[in-house]
Design a binder for this molecule. Structure first.
Ligand code: ATP
Length: 259
């Protein structure tokens, strides 16, 4: 590996813009995420966190800017090249996005079964391993997702996200709708998965407790730009007015709140 590739961020975003009509959601986002780093993006409702994630995944085309993964431009990728790029990304969606028509193990091994044409026996073994990774017993494998609690669904979603050992993991509001103890458990599992895989993690959340537990570094999105980034403990040291207001959850401050 050359010195240049060691320094190269896993994901490099430059000048990313996305508008919907007059709604300028991303106004030139610049962000680097290092290999093996867990970055958490915080920001208020409607600040563009999901739009940013969708642009990186190639689900929404940006109007301008660049998204490099391992130094390669991904904006504009289509067809097989887009599928290839996405095959390195595991994603845990907000609602876990499980198929209720399939048993848990087929949800976990969905990608290997569908795209890698793995045998059912191998796929089931893989699913059982991943379920164990997230602390779920083999008995869960044959249940329908509809039979699971919210916390268990998240764990199954996490098992699916790590099924193919991805280099990049995305987590969209991973603790929303969970009680604080289950939220803590999911955060610990996320942190453990990112560390064990040596993956690059990108999480979007409003939950500051969750951000504190998951992040190596936090970036705050406001009005379509990254207004602050740094490790959690730097928030108090550096005293950024946007982040302090957000963390404290106060109405008064530089963040304009729609009332
Ligand atoms: N497909 C779309 N078409 C039109 N507008 C959209 C579309 N997707 C998102 N938006 C708009 O982009 C803005 C940012 O939305 P986004 O979902 O990224 O916010 P967010 O920061 O993820 O919010 P939350 O924390 O509430 O999930 C919102 O004003 C939303 O209405």
């Amino acid at each position: 590996m050359t010195a240049a590739s060691q320094d190269q961020p896993k994901i490099r975003i430059r000048g990313l813009k996305k508008s919907f009509g007059d709604n300028h959601v991303l106004n030139g986002v610049d962000l680097d995420i290092a290999k093996g780093e867990s970055l958490v993006i915080i920001g208020g409702s409607g600040s563009g966190k999901s739009v940013l994630l969708k642009c990186i995944l190639g689900l929404l085309p940006p109007d301008a800017g660049s998204i490099l993964i391992d130094g390669k431009e991904t904006v504009g990728l289509r067809g097989a090249a887009l599928d290839e790029m996405r095959s390195h990304i595991g994603m845990l969606f907000q609602n876990a996005a499980l198929f209720d028509s399939l048993p848990v193990w087929q949800n976990v091994a969905f990608v290997p079964l569908e795209h890698e044409r793995m045998s059912r026996k191998e796929a089931r073994d893989l699913a059982l391993e991943r379920l164990a990774d997230v602390g779920l017993d083999a008995e869960v494998a044959d249940l329908s997702p509809a039979e699971l609690s919210g916390g268990m669904r998240k764990r199954v979603g996490l098992a699916r996200a790590i099924a193919v050992r991805p280099e990049i993991l995305f987590f969209d509001e991973p603790t929303t709708g969970l009680d604080p103890i289950m939220g803590d458990l999911i955060d610990r599992l996320i942190r453990q998965c990112v560390t064990d895989l040596g993956a690059t993690g990108l999480t979007i959340t409003h939950d500051m407790d969750s951000a504190r537990r998951i992040s190596d570094r936090i970036a705050m999105l406001y009005k379509g730009e990254i207004v602050w980034q740094g490790p959690m403990d730097a928030i108090e040291r550096e005293g950024n007015a946007f982040v302090e207001q957000f963390v404290a959850g106060e109405i008064d401050g530089p963040i304009q709140v729609a009332q």
